[in-house]
Design a protein around this ligand. Structure first.
Ligand SMILES: *Cc1c(COP(=O)(O)O)cnc(C)c1O
Length: 389
């Protein structure tokens, strides 16, 4: 296995085809596989819900990127989280960060809570608060860092250590950072999951999720759910994600560089009331981010002094940043979480977590920085009320 991330991203899990030398992993569009005798599949494959060679290549590739042993790919990030949560039984308890992806919160509170699984949402930046929430019945500590959309930083090593001492598994949603910038398994986490839909795919053209683990028993339990519940990733999508991970490193370098420029511009603008970007020294989690990440990512969120109205004007005025949900593609996007991605979280919960109604979230793409800066500048001008302008 090559040592360097960039090389692994291109080669791990993807040897050329031994029969014809084809360099790229084929898209294996087949559901079934011929057996030599009953129960003896020729190449280890029986049925494509259970496993498929294109998906295997991707699973090996992603495990190598997270520096883990096993990858399991699912039809979406939420299907991956669903598989993780499916290991729980009635009476079990989960401590989760209170600033999670909105869909994760919805999955926990609307689908799993009614089955008798108890969730406590805490501000995971406060390790003492995390520790106080852990109980005898706690099975998972579920973290996300940087968080969505406030870009809060959770100290993975510290929190995973608290959980480990009590035999609790730590799960980290590593979607925002990607394994190029942060590898939670190396910091003590037990499970890493991603929405591959975002940076791993990188081109806003496929939906998928992955879990990476080191423990063999955990892998086989999750593989059981992947097969028994059927939320696995299809071969064409697996191919698209394999293509995406090859350029992850170069894309992330540009995402990070562009985001830093834009964050600095926003921070120095008097029309911006509050900005969240872990790369800024003013960010509360900057020191931790610097320790556990190699750079600070492409996501920024901010509040305008003009509140919700200014946010709406700003988000309708950009010309390059497209107003859309999702993130992590090569193209720049923006959204207003309280109205769009996080609308499923009750207003009271949102405010408790510090998510202002007028917060704007940017997914900074890899376009030329001059064009992006100009776009942000003109949208800031347009965000002022008409009479002041
Ligand atoms: C998008 C996202 C998810 C959910 O993933 P899907 O692929 O949309 O199901 C989970 N966590 C984070 C941080 C996300 O951004």
């Amino acid at each position: 296995m090559p040592k360097q991330f960039e090389t692994r991203a291109i080669h791990a899990g993807q040897p050329s085809d031994p029969r014809n030398g084809a360099l790229m992993t084929p898209v294996y569009f087949n559901s079934t596989y011929e057996q030599d005798a009953p129960g003896s599949p020729r190449g280890g494959y029986e049925y494509s819900r259970t496993s498929n060679p294109t998906r295997t290549a991707l699973e090996e590739n992603l495990a190598a990127l997270e520096n883990g042993r096993f990858g399991l790919c699912f039809a979406s990030g939420l299907a991956a989280t669903m598989a993780i949560a499916s290991r729980l039984k009635p009476g079990d308890h989960v401590v989760a960060a209170n600033d999670l992806y909105g869909g994760t919160y919805r999955l926990f509170t609307k689908i799993f809570a009614p089955y008798g699984i108890d969730f406590t949402f805490v501000d995971a930046r406060d390790a003492r608060g995390v520790e106080a929430a852990l109980r005898d019945e706690t099975r998972y500590l579920f973290l996300e860092t940087p968080t969505n959309p406030l870009l809060s930083i959770v100290d993975i090593e510290l929190c995973a250590g608290l959980a480990k001492r009590r035999g609790i598994l730590t799960v980290v949603d590593n979607t925002f950072a990607t394994p190029y910038l942060q590898r939670p398994l190396e910091l003590g986490a037990d499970l890493v999951m991603h929405s591959m839909t975002k940076y791993l795919g990188g081109h806003s053209d496929a939906v998928g999720g992955v879990i990476v683990v080191n423990d063999e028993e955990l892998r086989s339990e999750l593989a059981f759910y992947q097969n028994a519940a059927g939320g696995q990733l299809g071969p064409m999508d697996s191919f698209l994600f394999l293509r995406g991970t090859k350029t992850l490193a170069v894309r992330m370098d540009r995402h990070c560089e562009n985001a830093m420029h834009i964050a600095q511009k926003l921070e120095s603008d008097p029309r911006v009331e509050r900005i969240h970007y872990p790369g800024l020294t003013s960010h509360a989690g900057h020191a931790t981010a610097k320790r556990q990440m190699s750079a600070f990512g492409g996501m920024i969120s901010f509040e305008l002094a003009g509140g919700v109205e200014a946010a709406e004007r700003f988000s309708c005025a950009t010309r390059i940043f497209a107003l859309a949900e999702s993130l992590g593609g090569v193209e720049s996007l923006l959204e207003v979480p309280a109205i769009m991605t996080h609308a499923s979280i009750p207003a009271e919960e949102r405010r408790k977590a510090g998510l202002a109604d007028g917060l704007v979230r940017l997914s900074v793409g890899i376009e030329h920085i001059d064009d992006l800066m100009e776009d942000i500048g003109q949208a800031l001008d347009a965000s002022a009320p008409a009479k002041v302008r």
